[in-house]
Design a protein around this ligand. Structure first.
Ligand code: GRF
Length: 188
């Protein structure tokens, strides 16, 4: 059984989708969810799904020792970043090489990097009159959104499209692909 920990800071729609996808799996177990935001909707989702939710402050993440102890106690093999806004410390990346996977709502390397998250990404894409956008699933390295790309899927943007439309479209692409790509990486 491969054990996964999900890290998220926001709504948690990807986290919930991943949990549901692997719910009856004999091979993958979503062991716990980490968040740095006690108020985030991901906390409610974790409770509903009956998955342990663990709060980590920025300071605790940076120090990492306590987080590592928790990851070890759950025997975590893979770490999934699903809307996690804090930077992953180098220590953690070194301890989990090619085992930390992130999803980003644009076609990286475009519209990535510090400060590029959520609606800001879609707003910039539309302001630049791009004809397409998409999603990127990638391994995490020490720079925001720069790790090796595993998978991308694009979608066309019409001239009438608003931020909310693009957000919805990208959200659906994420839900469709993220669990399947995680599964592929684990069993490659
Ligand atoms: C997603 O758009 C993901 O690409 C980005 O953060 C968002 C998380 O949304 N990294 P949710 O919390 O899964 O609803």
């Amino acid at each position: 059984m491969k054990k996964l920990a999900i890290f998220g800071s926001g709504s948690g729609s990807n986290a919930e989708n991943i949990c549901n996808y692997f719910r009856d799996s004999n091979y993958v177990d979503i062991a716990c969810i980490f968040t740095n935001n006690k108020e985030a909707f991901i906390v409610k989702r974790a409770k509903k799904l009956k998955i342990p939710i663990i709060y980590i402050s920025k300071k605790k993440l940076l120090a990492f020792f306590g987080v590592y102890k928790t990851l070890k106690s759950y025997n975590i093999d893979y770490i999934i970043l699903a809307g996690f806004l804090l930077k992953i410390p180098k220590k953690m990346i070194n301890l989990y090489p090619k085992k930390i996977i992130n999803i980003h709502p644009s076609l990286l390397p475009k519209y990535g990097g510090a400060g590029m998250y959520g609606r800001k990404v879609h707003q910039s894409v539309l302001e630049n009159k791009e004809s397409e956008s998409g999603i990127t699933i990638h391994f995490v390295n020490e720079n925001y959104d720069e790790g090796e790309i595993i998978f991308q899927e694009s979608c066309k943007i019409s001239c009438k499209e608003k931020i909310i439309d693009l957000e919805r479209k990208i959200g659906l692409l994420e839900l469709k692909n993220f669990p399947k790509i995680i599964e592929k990486i684990i069993f490659k």
